[in-house]
Design a protein around this ligand. Sequence first.
Ligand code: G3P
Length: 218
Amino acid sequence: MKFFIDTANLEQIKEAAELGVLDGVTTNPSLMAKEGIKGEENVLKHYITICNLVDGPVSAEVISTDFAGMVKEGEKLAALHKNIVVKVPMIKEGIKAIKYFSDKGIKTNCTLVFSAAQALLAAKAGATMVSPFIGRIDDTNWDGMELIAQIVHIYRVHGYKTEVLAASIRSSLHILKCAEAGADIATCPLKSITDLFNHPLTKSGLEQFLADHAKVNG
Ligand code: G3P
């Protein structure tokens, strides 16, 4: 399973990249706004900076909600860098745009997916990746992980090449469950990735090893 980081924060992207386990980055308009990135020129520059930090797919989301607008924006984004993946919302116009981009060889990430039916449409349209939001489903008292397993099953049975990119991850347990369910990618906040390191027996075991070494070596 590939690990992406879900942020537009450059320090966090650098920190995750330095771990050596980072495969890509996802952003969205809320994450860009959180970093105070505003104005088209600054937004485009920020995407290029991210692409120069991580050698892997970088999802950049369109703001338009009509086909023509999405195509115009998406083509501009895709021209920024070879690693840009155009992120398109799961709406009718978005599906049309994904089909258009797919026919032109432009990579896409279909976002805001909350059902297997939507994921099926995204795959039919030729999306490179599909982003089911598991944390937000959990927030509504449904199990987001069940959706990941259902989409993985449908894609495998029918041979769709679209990658399942589990998004809206809130914990290291989510990451582990995504790996179990067969997600191709998990896009995560930095903390969920670094929490994967934690185990009390690793900590106490290392302390013991170092103390025993010090006892005989001074
Ligand atoms: O990748 C989608 C993600 O950014 C949404 O996460 O925590 O806002 O549901 P969250």
